[in-house]
Design a protein around this ligand. Sequence first.
Ligand SMILES: Cc1ncc(COP(=O)(O)O)c(C=O)c1O
Length: 364
Amino acid sequence: MAIEFARHIQSIPSYPVASGYDLGSDVAMLASNESPFGPLPEVIEAARRALSGANRYPDPSYSTLRTGLSARYDVPQNRIALGHGSCDILLAAGRALLEPGAEVVYAWPSFSEYPHLAPAAGAHAIEVPLDGDDRHDLDAMATEVTVATRLVLICNPNNPTSTAVPLEEVEAFLEKIPRHVCVVLDEAYCEFALTLGDPFASVELLRRWPNLVILRTFSKVYGLAGLRVGYALCGSEEFRNAVEQVRQPFYLTSAAQVAAAEALKHQDSVEDRVTRTIAARLGLEDGIRGLGLWLADSEANFVWIRLPDSEAAAESEAAIVASLKDNGVLVRAGASLGRIGCLRVTVGTPEENARFVQALSQAL
Ligand SMILES: Cc1ncc(COP(=O)(O)O)c(C=O)c1O
């Protein structure tokens, strides 16, 4: 007799994980918005030192990392949540806020993990279509907020479409939302977004909106995706306490904690990587436009392309992705991200980007 699982897990969508991690080194990994730059030597050394104490559980107060983040963003430690990747905090937010009868509002297409939250809690998801330029339609989202809404997610810049809405629009949106509704501003890619200003600009909003949570990660610009460290800067202590309550203890390994804390100290290198990524993105965009394709205005370390005849069936999109893979380039098909007829391509090194453009030209 088969094991009997809880009925609600049948409606939880599986996260579309990228393939290709087993393909060896001659592959351009442009499918998961990771950094092409490895961790800094000082970061690797800090993680190595932490491993010698791995017989002990990690510091459960995560004090080194919490202190570093608090000093950098001028947010008190009791309003900083940490997580095993920012996904961990996102899922904990779903568990802490949602229940049958409650609603979560987010744009679509957006980050593939959002559709997990409602079914996991027996709640209801309201997916609000992006506008014609593949940006969040915040006015339309505001009209979907009802007495049942517990959580609103804004992905800025948006994954997978790479577009961003200016902070003034986010502020105007927050004005319309009741203070008991939690708004998570998911800024996994904010460091790459020139129109959003520096990474401190949105943090200022926390002073005015205690219901706001800014979600960020060390997986992208800090190049630590393999260590899984995320954080949330919260408008109130209650959010941090609630997400602590629903999680296992010791969710951040010792090596991950010290590596992230060390990475924070090297902002010059972070800025240099942002500059190089944006320069590489411009080159990639030129190459793609040269093939006559439409691109969204990217504010991130990836681009979003509409394929010719984007009404075409998923099969032609899949054929292009397969052809790219045969040429050693991994990207994401729009169908797996909520929009058939598109591709999401991470900005790699200039060589990887040129390889992608060449392979795409061949595939088309
Ligand atoms: C918009 C967005 N939020 C959150 C995450 C999760 O990042 P992590 O769990 O690696 O911190 C991602 C990862 O791709 C993302 O694109």
